[in-house]
Design a protein around this ligand. Sequence first.
Ligand code: SF4
Length: 214
Amino acid sequence: MITFRSSEIGGCSRALVYEALGFPREPHDKRSRLTLELGKLMEPVILREQGYEDLLHVQKEMVLPVTRGVQIVGHPDGVWINSRRYLLEVKTMRDFAWRQARDGGIKDKYPGYFAQGSTYFVGWGCDVLRFICFNKDSSDTKEIDYEGREVAAMAARMVRKARRVACYVEAGEIPGKPGDLAKWQCQKRYCQFWCCEYNEGHKFFQERKVKDGF
Ligand code: SF4
């Protein structure tokens, strides 16, 4: 079974292939680990303070089948029912990022989060995808909703992407760097496969064909 993570499906396709082929990840540094762990600890508190109770599927594994032998999995923060089914996804952010999300929306400013949420939305059969954005500097909260067709369209794009990436995995090939990748995404802080830049002599590459493009 080829499994992709919802949290990564919107990102670099090369990284998805590395993960599926078992290329070793660089461990997170202490700062990133703390940020991730503290964010997780804050999520239930934020949900409670926002008044969400009796949630379904809290951090329960969601599986979105892609095709035979390929799936996308993830652990959404919860489903809340209030005449409609809301997929809730908490994002804890520093002030600059939070303002970007508040003013520009998650879909345009953080497409990776939008892609992640869209797979949960379809996987758990929801009506509204709601991001609860928490500002770690000011403790302000902003909820941003997306509905129906635009969310389903993104999920469909992610399913198509998973199918394409799975073809590389099955062939044991590595796609070229995606053309739309911003330079910062390859930094060690953001990509645990940053070594692909510096490690072309690694036996992993000698055993596999590196293709152009994706
Ligand atoms: S270092 Fe860059 S190209 Fe390589 S897997 Fe990471 S994001 Fe993709």
